[in-house]
Design a binder for this molecule. Structure first.
Ligand SMILES: NC(=O)c1ccc[n+]([C@@H]2O[C@H](COP(=O)([O-])OP(=O)(O)OC[C@H]3O[C@@H](n4cnc5c(N)ncnc54)[C@H](OP(=O)(O)O)[C@@H]3O)[C@@H](O)[C@H]2O)c1
Length: 293
């Protein structure tokens, strides 16, 4: 294969390695934005639709790498990135490698040693919204690489850069996923509880969403307290929270639904209170999470 895909519209050529659900959406967004796009996937059949839309299917990983100075990789995990790219490390020299594969911060730091032009990225979106305003992506690693390719990366969703530590985007990723799972678990538990009273989840959802909106305000206020290291109970004390939490555990037990989730919240709160935080705000639970209470 020759190395330069069709140039048009002044957009830089991009290579996308990995055409799973997410990689396919990434490549489609680059194509839609007019980037000459080269793709490679271990299973080439997954490229058929993208090729019909104008992508160039590289016959090998090495050819795919040579095709563009911006290479985006999105595989299952760090092990698959190592397996796919390790034999071709020499081809990475002089190119920017943007790794949008999920992983730990240490894995990102290790991969960053493969090339000076490394960016690690976290995709805070599902494939269906890639390229749309609600998609946002977090990057860290080489500031030069981010500056050089920012316009292209913005095609995927709004791009935020966290600086030189290549592990930081991954750390934000897992922290944000924790927010998602915590919120979803609370919703699912609540839906199970209300379900015992024959309330549909669709009836509960609008109230859950409205309440999550209020909770975003609590997050901002408590973030400020955490950064100041002071937790004045301006809204409610942890002791008041604990009293109400016990109702959630009791209602769950009475309704015969799983009590593990509310019991864990209660146990965390009791540890904070045992650590001397009965009269402080909910934000003081941070001490438990830090292992300090
Ligand atoms: N899907 C989402 O909503 C979402 C959102 C945010 C982040 N992510 C992250 O994006 C990454 C990809 O997710 P996905 O949903 O696209 O997964 P997926 O549909 O399962 O695709 C996995 C991709 O990895 C390739 N692959 C796996 N092992 C490989 C190996 N050893 N060598 C070469 N290629 C290999 C697969 O190739 P084959 O086609 O040949 O199997 C496929 O292209 C994951 O790290 C995921 O956590 C996904």
């Amino acid at each position: 294969m020759t190395n330069t895909p069709n140039a048009d519209l002044g957009n830089e050529p991009v290579t996308v390695i990995g055409l799973g659900l997410m990689g396919t959406a990434l490549a489609a967004a680059f194509l839609d934005a007019g980037h000459p796009t080269t793709v490679w996937n271990r299973t080439p059949a997954k490229a058929v639709e993208l090729v019909a839309q104008g992508a160039v299917l590289a016959p090998s990983t090495a050819d795919a790498l040579r095709a563009s100075s911006l290479v985006v990789v999105c595989l299952s995990d760090a092990a698959s990135v190592r397996e796919a790219l390790a034999p071709h490390r020499a081809e990475l020299v002089g190119r920017t490698l943007v790794n949008l594969t999920s992983g730990t911060s240490d894995e990102a730091r290790e991969l960053s040693t493969w090339t000076g032009d490394y960016l690690d990225g976290a995709i805070m979106a599902i494939p269906g919204v890639i390229g749309r305003p609600e998609a946002f992506l977090l990057f860290s690693g080489s500031p030069e690489a981010f500056g050089k390719h920012r316009d292209s990366l913005d095609r995927l969703g709004s791009a935020t850069f966290f600086g030189e530590d290549p592990g930081l985007a991954s750390l934000y990723d897992v922290a944000l996923l924790g927010v998602m799972w915590g919120t979803l678990n609370a919703f699912l538990h609540g839906a199970a509880l209300l379900g015992t009273a024959k309330v549909d989840a669709t009836a509960f959802a609008p109230f859950a969403n409205q309440w999550v909106g209020s909770v975003t305000g609590f997050i901002s206020a408590y973030a400020d307290q955490i950064d100041r290291g002071a937790y004045p109970a301006e809204d409610a004390t942890l002791e008041t929270h604990l009293g109400t939490m016990k109702y959630l555990v009791r209602e769950s037990a009475a309704a015969g639904i799983d009590t593990d989730w509310p019991a864990r919240i209660q146990a965390l709160t009791e540890r904070a209170i045992d650590g001397g935080h009965a009269g402080t705000s909910y934000a003081s639970l941070i001490e438990v999470f830090r292992g300090q209470a």
